[in-house]
Design a protein around this ligand. Structure first.
Ligand SMILES: C[S@@+](CC[C@H](N)C(=O)[O-])C[C@H]1O[C@@H](n2cnc3c(N)ncnc32)[C@H](O)[C@@H]1O
Length: 206
């Protein structure tokens, strides 16, 4: 693990969002209920927004640098938490062991989004909800081409983050039905907003 990935990138993740992003995080996370799994906890920026309907939170996050910065926020929430320092492609949990799943700004960065979603579907109870907030490929053809051109640089600066993933389709292909989805271009995005369109919504495990 390089100094950039272990120290600088977690610090950047902590700093680079505008207030509009926190509003969208809150809208994503506050609906979660029961025993919840969060994939890619990062520095735990969503933790303050979970509501009282959460019974427990299990978080999966492979980066030691992120986990260090998340520690205080994990200690501050009112429900029991468990942090599992692993990647989402192979989850060490039983089938149907969670009521709901939350993933924010992470399917852009995982090595294999289809495999992570397959594991999420396995560990989520049938009919359980998956709350998502992700940045995705642009609909606008000009920005889409620019994303393709910039993506190699983005992968380096963002520690494996991709600008151009068609995450909505990957979610549906993995066996989730979209219950609600909004496409957003927000001024709080970490880079030029049209290059970082977002999706915010809820999908149900089929
Ligand atoms: C852009 S950060 C977002 C963090 C956090 N979800 C948030 O909203 O602030 C992407 C996160 O995905 C994590 N990540 C990368 N590969 C992963 C994988 N295979 N499984 C789970 N998390 C992963 C990174 O370590 C990083 O914390």
């Amino acid at each position: 693990m390089s100094l950039y990935a272990d120290v600088v990138f977690p610090w950047l993740i902590e700093k680079i969002e505008g207030p509009e992003m926190y509003e969208l995080r809150e809208r994503c996370v506050r609906q979660a209920v029961g025993d919840v799994l969060e994939i890619g906890l990062g520095t735990g920026k969503s933790l303050p927004y979970y509501g009282p309907a959460v019974r427990s939170l299990t978080a999966v996050e492979p980066s030691a640098g992120m986990n260090r910065l998340a520690a205080d926020r994990l200690a501050a929430v009112s429900f029991p938490t468990k942090l599992v320092p692993l990647a989402g492609e192979r989850l060490p949990f039983d089938d149907a062991s969670f009521d709901e799943i939350v993933v924010t700004l992470t399917l852009c960065s995982v090595d294999d989004p289809a495999q992570v979603l397959a594991e999420m579907r396995r560990v989520l109870r049938p009919g359980g909800r998956y709350h998502f907030f992700e940045h995705v490929a642009a609909d606008d053809p000009w920005y889409r081409r620019l994303q393709e051109w910039l993506n190699p640089l983005q992968r380096v600066l963002g520690c494996g983050c991709n600008m151009n993933r068609e995450t909505e389709r990957t979610i549906v292909d993995a066996g989730f039905a979209l219950e609600a989805i909004e496409r957003l271009i927000t001024p709080g995005a970490p880079v030029h907003p049209p290059l970082f369109p977002m999706i915010l919504g809820v999908a149900v495990r089929q």
